[in-house]
Ligand binder design. Sequence first.
Ligand code: ADP
Length: 391
Amino acid sequence: MNKKKKITELPQSKEGKYSSRLSDVLSLGQHESFRIADNFYRLLVESLTGYGIFTTDKKGNISSWNGGAQKLFGYTEKDIIGENASIIFRQEDINHTELQKQLKKATKKGKVSIERYHVRKDSSLFWASGLIFSLGDEDNIARGFTFIIRDLTDIMELGKRKDSFISTASHELRTPITSMKLYAQIIEQEIKKTGSGIQLESVVELNNQLNKFITLMDYLLDVAKIQKEKLELEKNFFDMDELIEEVMATIQIVSSKHLITRQGGITEKVYGDRSRIGQILANLIGNAIKYSPTSDKVIVTSGVEKNDVVVAIKDFGYGILKSEQSGIFSRFYRAKSAVLYKIEGIGLGLYVAQQIAKAHGGKITLESDEGNGSTFYIKIPRNLKTKNEKK
Ligand code: ADP
């Protein structure tokens, strides 16, 4: 009988298991396969010229340096071997023992991702992202590290240009759209007097669409301001409860299904930008209604908690998975339920709201679970130095 091995059969290791080890695949001795693997590794590292790849010992002293690293940092292999990797860190990072902290993290977790400024040989800085892998042994004791770093300056520049384009476009479009909206409102008033049916429906829809457009423009303008750190606050003492009621009333007019109710109360005035905090409230109450289409109530509670004034907005809707909760404050992030149930939105409201809260020294937090509704908390620091009792 022909006992020839089938070509498709995977090679087996000594233990009889299928293996992808070089020594088994090529039927080589361990020494030979190490040599080939080492050559392969060096070829691979050298061919990745877009990446600075280097290794260090456990103290961070550089032991190998590829062509990409030379291109990126300006040091030749001869210049740098034996130097400590802190040479590519900024002075303030050295003062904060950043390298040691990252190496410690990499040792603990196996790898750590980094995004920071690094320093070239000519002292210039560039924005870099990368990974540090720990070359540990079985007991997880680091023997050394591999750094893989790439220059993100171009991507960052592109991002800045994109942001600046969006900001200019929104700015330029805001004025003509606002006048279109004004004309559309005049037409709507006129048609209401004389016309009916399809004409009225069309102009109402036109106004709805223009409103959505204006909201989007306003969000984009806010995002641009936040990114340029130009979100200016006009701070004054104001009555939070009065503001809550104003916002609730405006939203209640257009939400016939949900009843928005009030609990609690605040006896002191709050120091902040009334209109911006009103924007946060409108966003959170609007979301509470939007993401709870099968429920019919939203509860807004205000109160004071240690050093913060807190407003809680509770709904009984879809809720948000724990794994998605940190993401929802990022730009353009939409939770799976929003997409699944086809709820309209762009994913900018919470980002802007959180940035406004942060600009006040506060924050927005939430408690939620899928299927169990959500409670969003707006926390704004109290002005404890001023005794400003409500009149
Ligand atoms: P948008 O509503 O325009 O998508 P937001 O930034 O206001 O944007 O919210 C981001 C995401 O957070 C939403 O897409 C939604 O998935 C989720 N979310 C916000 N509020 C709630 C809520 N009350 N209940 C459930 N999900 C919510």
